[in-house]
Design a protein around this ligand. Structure first.
Ligand SMILES: [Zn+2]
Length: 251
């Protein structure tokens, strides 16, 4: 049985009003995604309120509740001040949180995914390339959730790709070889520079991003390709949920 009170590291991802004076808080923890309650957090006298700021990393003491667990203490461990002050960084943090929410389920334990999100917020706080941090985050999150895009072997035949490959297929999950470049009529054009960037981001540490100097065209294309792939995956998931619900009703 779980202890009645437990401590966890957490990233604060979303807050919403709950009841008269409480807040419902979405957190990422090494034990997975979790919705918890901060009681009285909207009262001006609340000691908790200042310690449950959006996009901070906190050490939380939680009490097991009947439905949702309750935050009894919070201490900010990292506040990422630049991230929370500048709009492009802040909007990137929202996007990273939403992607985490969409690609994970409550109770899916994953320290690597938690550490990825933490490293991403730390990087967004200090980087000169927030967009590239997000691209690296997308690639790593896709890898950790089982959707790593094929960037080294053809998404259709698994043959080793050459630098001449120039089509990316969101539907088939990656880059197509010269022989299969027509396999998906909805595949997207990809320049050699963008191909090199995606491979680089998939394999290099986050800090390596700081040395990159790239044209807006390459940055834009990388964003376009990964966004299309993410959209494809999420729509497929949503469709499977809708299909499941239809099946349940018909039964
Ligand atoms: Zn092929």
């Amino acid at each position: 049985m779980r202890d009645r009170v437990y401590r966890t590291e957490a990233l604060i991802l979303r807050r919403s009003d709950f009841g008269e004076a409480d807040r419902l808080v979405l957190i990422a923890t090494p034990g997975g995604k979790q919705r918890v309650v901060a009681k009285g957090a909207r009262k001006t006298t609340s000691k908790l309120a200042g310690h449950i700021e959006l996009f901070t990393r906190a050490s939380l003491l939680l009490a097991v509740g009947r439905n949702l667990d309750i935050i009894t203490q919070s201490q900010i461990v990292a506040s990422y001040p630049t991230l929370r002050r500048e709009l492009p960084r802040l909007s990137s943090a929202y996007y990273a949180a939403e992607l985490y929410d969409r690609f994970t389920e409550e109770g899916d334990e994953s320290r690597p995914i938690f550490e990825l999100l933490e490293a991403t917020y730390a990087a967004l706080d200090r980087t000169i390339n927030p967009d590239l941090v997000l691209r690296a985050y997308e690639l790593r999150l896709l890898h950790l959730t089982g959707y790593r895009p094929h960037l080294h072997h053809c998404a259709t035949c698994q043959e080793l790709l050459t630098e001449q490959a120039d089509r990316f297929s969101p539907q088939l999950g990656g880059v197509l070889c010269e022989q299969h470049r027509g396999a998906d009529r909805a595949s997207l054009a990809m320049s050699g520079a963008t191909f090199r960037l995606l491979r680089y981001l998939q394999s290099q540490p986050l800090d390596a991003i700081e040395a990159l100097r790239l044209s807006p065209a390459v940055r834009g294309e990388a964003e376009h390709l990964l966004r299309a792939y993410v959209r494809q995956l999420l729509e497929r998931d949503l469709k499977s949920v809708a299909f499941l619900e239809d099946a349940m009703r018909a039964d």
